[in-house]
Design a protein around this ligand. Sequence first.
Ligand code: C2E
Ligand code: CA
Ligand code: CA
Length: 701
Amino acid sequence: MEERERWIDQLTGIYNLEGFYKATEELFAKNPDKKYIIAYWDVQRFKVINELFGRKAGDAILKDMANKIRTAYEGVEGTYGRMESDNFVACFPAELLEGSRDFVHSGEIIYQYEGTEYRFAACYGLYVVTDRSIDIASMVDRSRIAMDTVKANYVKPFAYYDESMREHIVREQMLMSDCDAAIREKQFEVYYQPVCNASDGTIISAEALVRWRHPEKGLIAPDVFIPLFERNGYINILDKYIWDRVCAMLKRRRDQGLDVVPISTNVSQMDFYNKNLCEDIIGIVEKYGLDPHLLRLEVTESAYADDPKRVREIVEKLQDYGFIILMDDFGSGYSSFNTLKELPVDILKIDMKFMDDLGKGGKSAIILESIVRMTKWMSLRAVAEGVETEAELNFLKSIECNYIQGYYFYRPMPEKEFEDLLNNPDLVDIKSAATAGSDESDFSILYSESLKSEGVFQNMLGGLSIYERVDDRMEVVRVNKGYYEMMKINSIGMTAEERLIGKYMEEKDYQELLEKCMEAEKTSDTVHAQIRRRRYDGEEIWLDARIRFLGNKGKRKMYYFYLMDITAIKQAEEEVYRNRYSKALFRVFDKVYRLDYDSGYAEVLHSVDVGMKEGDKIYYRDFFDKFQGSIVSKRRGEYSEAMKDKAVMDRILSESRSGGLSVDYRINDPEKMGFEWVSATFFKVETDHGEEHYLVCIKRI
Ligand code: C2E
Ligand code: CA
Ligand code: CA
């Protein structure tokens, strides 16, 4: 009895490590021929929960997780337990994974910590026990190795173990054990890559990029060790070291009376979990007595996606102090455009992938152009990264993207070489480098008297319109040529109907727009909005709008809208988003559809059937009616309802433990002259634009 107690984890009441080993040994002994799987879970970034919300909150999540596993394993001949801290482990018969989908999903746990924007997902690794001769601890190790490969991967939260993973781990492990010495012995070097004027290639700033000069392995690129350092926490130390080295270089040159340009440095997303991040950065520039303008900070979009509120607060604080903030890899993630709306940044670094795609047709050119145009309107600067060829450069020049970083001009180089460039006045554009280098567009014209002059109004690039609002009624009173072009109508004049923007928008979107107008009035500031509307030809488009309140005459309030068509960007984002979530699903399911409740048609996102291709539409409302008789659930009538009524589906999904609805049913297979069982899983995903997609995923069982 006493011994048993030793095997129980105090916090959660399930087995601890020792207990799990013991129980699993017994399980194996009893079932010598059965095939088992060992699963290993890790709550991603659990440390953060403890740090930010306290241990109690962390404990509550662990208990909850244990309960989830306990429930999922009810009636299963298997074992489970908690290893150290936030790691859970389980052993169960392999056949279970081949059977019910629910069982797999039990491993996919996502927490939204109460009242916050923090999301914590558990990822897990699976090891199919093929070799019973190794001990349980080594089996657990293998599932942990598999888990490690998907850490921080939101799309695919699990992986199966294979031998190559171990080799990779061994390699990483070797590097890991060298970290301490590397930091201590300062084996890191800063390389500099200039950022140039597109027009003449003169240098206006540079990016600091770390290299590891390993005593045995030679020069190691950051892609190899940064992810490792981000996991083991060394990144904080390393980044601070790099910032310090950059400032030391700037200070030395300053003292020698030599020219300097601003240097941007990378801030890892993990740095944002360092509570003293601001103090650390500010401390370094103060130590060297430097103007904060000289040390620029590159923040990736993924850092922001991780924890919007926190990153926003920190970034604002740093900006207030005088730092210039760059958004790195802009466009690489699906939230790019929305992020920009919310995150205060000064410079955008356009992701390299656009360069790769540029020559291949596709949408890259038009997206690049929209991005650059948009940055001008937002008084942001844009730097294109990864520019390698003259053709790329020429294209960028043609769309007035003025700043370039890429092999075409310079590769990253050691400090000494970079300083040689700086010492050559012909190569450096000191004037631009010294000012913040902004090519700000002047918005004041819009707010001024000159608006009254027809000429200025008509010649503005882009869509400009003036709206009059009386309560809930918004009417266009004046537009410019750009507006007509954008809306694809000729300028003969609009009908009374066409003047009412509300007629061309979804009610929800329209209400939001009205709120934005009121906000503009209240703050007498420019308010930024994204508008989804139909063009007069019925096509749905997305517009980026800057709204400003002009004044009122009694109940009639006037606003002007500065509009840009961002449909291409939105579509591209949507595509990327869809690819992300779908890739994981496509591996698992035979067919994936998206239900469109408005039309009653399901769009094929993926299908293994040759006769069915992506984008095909099939009528689905009578789906469950057709299979009524063969559905293995008492609730089949309700499911039929759910196909017709979104509210019913929402209720079923919200009541379900997994957040999904799984239904098994039987279909006739004429080829096999018999029945076949199929499982359909319904769930809802929210796109980045706040749209809800209902997906149904189908698999033969
Ligand atoms: P990044 O911040 O996007 O940096 C740009 C990367 O693109 C650099 O790779 C640079 O060498 C490479 N590059 C520049 N021009 C071209 C081009 O024309 N063509 C191609 N194909 N590549 C080009 P690098 O130096 O290997 O760095 C990789 C990543 O490692 C960086 O991507 C950054 O995310 C990270 N990193 C580098 N140094 C640091 C650091 O000190 N701290 C942190 N946290 N991350 C760093
Ligand atoms: Ca960077
Ligand atoms: Ca970048």
